[in-house]
Design a protein around this ligand. Structure first.
Ligand code: HAS
Length: 547
């Protein structure tokens, strides 16, 4: 791909990994604080670090990585960007970075210890919310620039189905833009006027609902780029093909439809929403599980087909034939394995009554470390191993490959220890989002002294994770600046698997239809409960309903 796209993508990846190392350091501090092994200096507090950890890893690392991946993949599959596309991508990247810097400065200076969910009535400095707004706007500008590139391609290739990578990128962008409408609404019309003192109160229930309208699809905004890696990159790495082009496209459409009208499953314990609407959104949540099950099916099929081509016999003989020594594959395979318990945990969370048991406990923290923290993050690591050398025209040497394998293994061990402890501690009632175990901190800590149900196990896991993260940064730096230059252009490649789209129904690429259906579902799931929240909000001193 041409140099302008390389520079864009590398800048995004550079910021992503800077956020990654600071974010993981904050994670390390946290496990020690919860274990009472670390006392923070007075100028730092637990919530400040927890906010930095969540924002830097869940929002900043992921988003910058995703755009870097999209920019390089769109150029690789649809051809070089025109000057306008390059220009607008830079404009977007600069706005996103400005927002990131503003929000980070606010967090670091202790002005925004409100956690990455920034629930009202906790209030941050107004500039934190301005930073968030700029962050989102910047991603929109990059998204529109990429969508523009796609539209130019479609015009030039009338009647053809777009390459799978580009199709999936556009689907993810559509999901992202519709999802962000919620967070933009709450930040612009509720938080900013309230935090700057232009408005005296805030409608808490409405703000939380608008946040989760965004917050749940946000997790699929992280997941779908990983799925692009699974559907499009992995088959090529193992020498196979995409199992079914239409299945792959349909699963992305199902995410556009069902990932948004489900935010209430994060609010099942909140009194301000009638049970019927919670139930409806719980049912829709079960619909959004379907595309992940389709993905699991499709990946098994790719593995088995390829393993049999390579001579695997019997029921499981194909399994041994897969290229286990190729860390680009092994990393992503392990990431997939983590998603089996990760997804199962999600189904438990979404099961209305069972949510009562796990809500606001460490279980949820365990859940998201084996969804975003491993299936997604480790897929991103697996992509990094070839994407950075591809962009810098360097070689992913044998020595670096060995280090990468150690990195993946240590990440897996750390995560198994930490997330298992978190799940079990959660079932025993250990709360989340607090440095204290409960009202009687000392007594409560004594409940958690099992081998696994122990804050020490969590801290051991967390420490291994931090070492693994440091190793990853070492590999990234090597790949960016120090690894030997590739001798030929083909030495380091961007793997894209062949996908037979001849039988794929054209309707799958008719975005107007799917955006339309998604908006109808959103309207059904949200209109009445949101109207209720506004209607029942307490009036402020002027007699107006509080927004
Ligand atoms: Fe979740 C809370 C429900 C998926 C992230 N989730 C969270 C939070 C985060 C998060 C960050 O219903 C905390 C938010 C906060 O701070 O409060 N989640 C679900 C459901 C799914 C789900 C139903 N979550 C994710 C993903 C995330 C993520 C993905 C990040 C990327 N989640 C919830 C609920 C809560 C929640 C409630 C609120 C809890 C509360 O009360 O606060 C589903 O999408 C999961 C479907 C997935 C599957 C797995 C399919 C398996 C695959 C792997 C195949 C493996 C292969 C390997 C092929 C059904 C695709 C081959 C293997 C061989 C053995 C050969």
């Amino acid at each position: 791909i041409p140099n302008p796209e390389r520079k864009l993508a590398l800048t995004n990846l550079g910021i992503a990994y800077t956020a990654f190392i600071i974010g993981t350091l904050c994670g390390l501090l946290q496990v020690f604080i919860r274990n009472d092994a670390l006392q923070l200096p007075v100028w730092l507090d637990y919530y400040q670090i927890l906010t930095a950890h969540g924002v830097l890893l869940a929002l900043i690392f992921t988003t910058f990585f995703i755009f870097g991946f999209f920019q390089s993949g769109m150029s690789r599959t649809l051809g070089a960007f025109g000057p306008k596309v390059v220009f607008w991508n830079w404009v977007g990247l600069i706005i996103t970075t400005t927002g990131t810097v503003m929000a980070t400065v606010m967090i670091v200076s202790g002005e925004a210890s409100v956690l990455y969910t920034f629930y009202a009535p906790m209030m941050a400095n107004g500039f934190f919310y301005v930073g968030l707004a700029l962050f989102v706007v910047g991603t929109w500008v990059q998204s529109f620039a990429l969508a523009g590139h796609y539209l130019v391609w479609r015009k030039a290739n009338k009647g053809e189905k777009s390459p799978l990578f580009a199709y999936m990128t556009v689907a993810t962008i559509i999901l992202w833009i519709i999802a962000c409408l919620g967070v933009v609404a709450t930040v612009l019309f509720q938080f900013i006027p309230w935090a700057f003192g232009w408005k005296e109160g805030i409608n808490v229930e409405l703000s939380r609902s608008l946040f989760w309208y965004f917050g749940h699809p946000l997790v699929y905004f992280w997941l779908l780029p990983a799925y692009i890696g699974w559907y499009v990159i992995v088959p090529k790495i193992i020498g196979g093909k995409v199992f079914s082009d239409s299945l792959a496209r349909l699963s992305f459409i199902l995410f556009i439809l069902f990932s948004i009208p489900v935010g209430f499953h994060h609010q099942l314990t909140e009194p301000g929403i009638a049970s019927f609407w919670k139930f409806l959104q719980t049912v829709l949540t079960f619909m959004v599980i379907v595309p992940s099950l389709m993905t699991a099916f499709s990946m098994f099929a790719v593995f088995e087909t390829r393993g049999r081509e390579l001579g695997g016999k019997g029921l499981f003989g194909w399994f041994r034939k897969l290229p286990w020594k190729d860390v680009r594959f092994t990393s992503i395979f392990i990431a997939m394995l983590f998603f089996i318990p990760g997804g199962a945990g999600g189904i438990i969370n979404a099961s209305f009554q069972m949510n009562e048991v796990i809500h606001n406990t460490l279980w949820v923290v365990g859940h998201f470390h084996i969804t975003v923290g491993t299936p997604v993050a480790m897929t991103f690591f697996g992509i990094t191993f070839w994407l950075i050398p591809f962009l810098t025209k360097r070689v992913f040497t044998k020595a670096l490959q060995r280090l990468a394998l150690i990195q993946i293994i240590t990440w897996s061990i750390g995560m198994v220890l930490m997330s298992t402890a978190q799940h079990v501690l959660g079932l025993f009632g250990a709360p989340r989002r607090t440095a204290y175990t409960g009202y009687q901190h000392e007594d409560a800590l004594a409940w958690f002294e099992g081998i696994i149900s122990n804050h020490v196990t969590m801290a051991v896991g967390g420490s291994i994770l931090f070492l693994s993260a440091s190793l990853l940064i070492f590999i990234v730096v090597q790949l960016a600046w120090f690894a030997p230059m590739a001798e030929s252009a083909t030495q380091e490649t961007f793997p894209i698997a062949e996908s037979d789209a001849r039988e794929t129904p054209g309707i799958l690429e008719n975005w107007t239809v799917w955006i339309g259906v998604a908006l109808v579902l959103i309207a059904v799931a949200y209109t009445i409960p949101v109207a209720d929240m506004i209607q029942h909000a307490p009036p402020d001193s002027d007699g107006f309903r509080t927004w």
